[in-house]
Design a protein around this ligand. Structure first.
Ligand SMILES: NC(=O)c1ccc[n+]([C@@H]2O[C@H](COP(=O)([O-])OP(=O)(O)OC[C@H]3O[C@@H](n4cnc5c(N)ncnc54)[C@H](OP(=O)(O)O)[C@@H]3O)[C@@H](O)[C@H]2O)c1
Length: 353
């Protein structure tokens, strides 16, 4: 069924959105009215109920201050990000890469078996952003799925990014065997917290999570068998060894990690510089301990696979705090100051989350 957008003559319908016209602190985020988008033939219009604050949203807001040195990826990736976000000021004024909501209208070429008006959905827009708004339009083949039946809209809005990254990493990039021992550096982060959960619930391995003091209990609650506080203990100085070490922000050099790897163990990095790429190439040829620098794909089928795992109880959303849409700047400050222990959710449509 195609719901026709109401035609108020030439007068455009409006929606609320959080926009930013310059890079900077949370205060650059402003609540304004903008034109409500209209779906094209192959697009769906989604009423957003909830969104969240991920690594990419904080990064996109701060872009101007992020030098190649601060960016945990090679220079070329930094250049691409800089150009695509906008060099002096943001090209795309609406941030927000994860959301949940309900389909309000579909374009006439949208496959009826895929999407219909009233579908409850969740999605990930990656660097295209635009979810800090009451409505978003997306081509039907973007990273969008029916919402997991066992999650509220608030819960569904916070899981896509970390969930997709963790699933594709564990399923496609590393070959874990039940009973193996792994260590997740950055276990309290967007990606790390989902890796801890899926590694335990779906891959049945022994997980040690590394994070800062305030989030130790959070990481335990995700199912980690052991937790290490990086402010107190350096895991590379312990005699414990692992089959796989996930590098988190990639700050621990391979030379230190090596002694903590079992023979044939792997140091897996999603944040890396060219130096680590060099180590990956070298360890491919020499030695039995390997460095893997991984770029994770972002595909709609992975979000659908994640939905199934969530419905099987294998991934939970742990929400620390909920903010109303109007308090987006406060919510960004709360996350940026590292006060959250779990996900922060933004309710865009408070009566339905
Ligand atoms: N390769 C790819 O395809 C790909 C895709 C997406 C993202 N990324 C990369 O992934 C990174 C973002 O990941 P994310 O979203 O999980 O980030 P995040 O949510 O900001 O989490 C950062 C984690 O690092 C931990 N941490 C901070 N300082 C630490 C230290 N000194 N020692 C050990 N752990 C420390 C934090 O622990 P506490 O909070 O407890 O201090 C937290 O767990 C970015 O670098 C991004 O470029 C790569």
């Amino acid at each position: 069924m195609v719901k026709k957008m109401k035609n108020n003559g030439n007068k455009k319908q409006k929606m609320k959105a959080i926009i930013y016209t310059e890079y900077g602190p949370p205060e650059v985020l402003k609540l304004v009215e903008v034109d409500k988008p209209t779906p094209k033939r192959n697009e769906v219009l989604i009423r957003i109920y909830a969104t969240t604050i991920g690594y990419g949203d904080i990064f996109g807001r701060n872009m101007r201050n992020i030098s190649p040195g601060k960016f945990a990826m090679p220079l070329l990736f930094w250049l691409i990000a800089k150009i695509s976000f906008g060099i002096r000021k943001p090209r795309n004024k609406i941030l927000g890469s994860q959301f949940s909501g309900v389909i309000e209208a579909v374009g006439e070429n949208v496959t009826p078996d895929m999407w219909k008006v009233g579908d409850q959905v969740f999605g990930y827009t990656s660097s295209s952003m635009k979810a800090y708004a009451e409505y978003i339009v997306l081509p039907e083949d973007k990273i969008l799925s029916q919402k997991p039946a066992n999650m509220s809209f608030e819960e569904a809005a916070v899981v896509p990014y970390g969930g997709i990254m963790a699933l594709t990493l564990l399923r496609d990039k590393v070959n874990l065997k039940p009973g193996q021992k792994i260590l997740i550096n950055g276990a309290s982060g967007g990606i790390g917290s989902a890796i801890v959960q899926l590694a335990k619930s779906h891959f049945d391995v022994n997980v040690t999570g590394v994070c800062g003091t305030p989030r130790l209990d959070f990481v335990k609650s995700l199912g980690a068998d052991q937790v290490i506080d990086y402010t107190v203990e350096d895991f590379t100085e312990s005699s414990e060894t692992y089959d796989l070490i996930f590098g988190g922000l990639g700050r621990t050099p391979f030379s230190k990690v090596k002694n903590s790897l079992n023979p044939n163990g792997r140091y897996v990095l999603t944040s890396f510089k060219m130096r680590q790429v060099g180590q990956m190439l070298r360890t491919k040829l020499f030695g039995n301990k390997k460095v893997n620098c991984v770029v994770l794909p972002e595909k709609s089928e992975d979000l659908r696979a994640l939905k199934e795992l969530i419905e099987e109880g294998k991934l939970k959303a742990i929400i620390d705090k909920s903010f109303p849409f109007e308090q987006m700047a406060e919510a960004h400050r709360y996350v940026e100051e590292g006060r959250h222990k779990g996900h922060v959710v933004i309710t865009v449509e408070p009566n339905n989350t």
